[in-house]
Design a protein around this ligand. Structure first.
Ligand code: 3PG
Ligand code: MG
Length: 395
């Protein structure tokens, strides 16, 4: 069954009702203020619709990974301030997300008011999806809305456990929109190109394996490519590799080959002597001893761009090199430009890929910028997202 939408909730009427809105406000903080506020902006449409309809909204989120206890470094207080600015009306902040203090704050809300609760992950029970904690959250409201696409791949108390405990549950507009866009990747118009980058092959092996079956072409860049190259017996110098993943990498290479879609690995590389800005660098076909790979080379970038030009669907997650250092960002930028120039339905997820797209001002030319890195990967891999599954089963 499809998840209930906000439209259905609003048709029932939410005036005077307390709504628990699970958002993903896990944004980068810099010197105690919000850095990139994309995720806050992304949930505003849902929040505004609820407030305009007279709901009393308790917004809840996690921020970072505070390990189950309060840590001022991970307080959501700066996020409440920014949320209020963006909304154009103050958003109260409650320094607890459950218990008497949260319940008292919830009781004080008037129609059309919003408050933000403190970081859910200040309680270890959140990530354990502990039933008592889910019940404590559920006590705060009678309607539940999940707009936290970025956290939909986690089975936590606020994304899963709470759902059967509330009277009504629905998917917010952000969550619904993300799923619509990503379903077009799950059932792609072909050719379907998947570009995967990033540092750790262990994070991405499952998705590469799944995409080798689903996509027509899978291009692999970033440091994880070096583990694949090593698995093929190619020299990788002192590049970052995960030797314990070599056997897995060999299996994935063979499976992709057998599926008729051999992985497109880099055929040239930017190498440097050190992982530092200004370090001596050059472009090579084979990584020499004493050098490490820091980016895909121009020939590889051109190959990926040619695939992007003929694709009808593109999914891209992860940088092609050490994107934080300008000299090693060219491959990632070339891929961003190629995806933007393509006529394909294009979906980009993951913080670094989005940063590359935004730095080049190409956001408007990508069909969909996902607010979820890990969540979008698990979705296109064909896995069930616990946050979504809970809503689909809800009353
Ligand atoms: C994210 O940014 O990846 C999401 O907010 C989920 O956070 P997590 O990876 O710490 O669960
Ligand atoms: Mg994550």
């Amino acid at each position: 069954m499809a998840a209930r939408t906000i439209d259905a909730l609003l048709a029932d009427g939410v005036r005077g009702r307390r709504v628990f809105l699970r958002a993903d406000l896990n944004v980068p903080l810099k010197d105690g203020t919000v850095g990139d506020d994309t995720r806050i902006r992304a949930t505003l449409p849902t929040l505004r619709r609820l407030l305009d309809a007279g709901a009393r909204v308790l917004v809840a989120s996690h921020l970072g990974r505070p390990k189950g206890k309060p840590d001022p470094k991970y307080s959501l207080a700066p996020v409440a301030a920014r949320l209020g600015e963006l909304l154009g009306r103050p958003v109260a902040f409650t320094p607890e997300c459950v218990g008497p203090e949260a319940e008292a704050a919830a009781a004080k809300l008037r129609d059309g008011d919003a408050l933000l609760l403190e970081n859910l992950r200040f309680h270890a029970e959140e990530e354990k999806n502990e039933p008592g904690f889910a019940a404590a959250l559920a006590r705060l409201a009678d309607v539940y809305v999940n707009d936290a696409f970025g956290t939909a791949h986690r089975a936590h108390a606020s994304t899963a456990g709470i759902v059967p405990l509330v009277a009504r549950a629905a998917a917010g507009d952000l969550l619904r929109g993300e799923l619509e866009q990503l379903r077009r990747v799950l059932e792609p118009e072909r050719p379907f190109l998947c570009l995967l980058g990033g540092a750790k092959v262990s994070d991405k092996l499952a998705v590469i394996e799944a995409m080798a079956q689903r996509a027509d072409v899978v291009g692999v860049g970033g440091a994880m490519a070096y583990t694949f190259l090593r698995a093929q017996g190619k020299p990788v110098g002192k590049s970052l590799v995960e030797p314990e993943r070599e056997t897995d990498a060999r299996r994935v290479l063979a499976a992709a080959q057998a599926a008729g879609h051999p992985l497109l690995l880099p055929v040239d590389h930017v190498v440097a002597q050190e992982l530092a800005a200004g370090a001596p660098e050059r472009v090579v076909k084979e990584i020499p001893d004493g050098w490490l790979g820091v980016d895909i080379g121009p020939e590889t970038a051109a190959r990926f761009a040619a695939e992007a030009a003929r694709a009808r669907t593109i999914f891209w997650n992860g940088p092609m090199g050490v994107f934080e250092i300008d000299a090693f960002a060219k491959g990632t930028e070339a891929v961003a430009r190629a995806v933007a120039a393509s006529g394909a339905h294009s979906v980009v997820g993951g913080g670094d890929s989005l940063a590359a797209v935004n730095k080049l001002g190409l956001g408007a030319r990508i069909s969909h910028l996902s607010t979820g890195g890990g969540a979008s990967l698990e979705f296109v891999e064909g896995r069930e997202l616990p946050g979504v599954a809970a809503l689909e089963r809800a009353r």
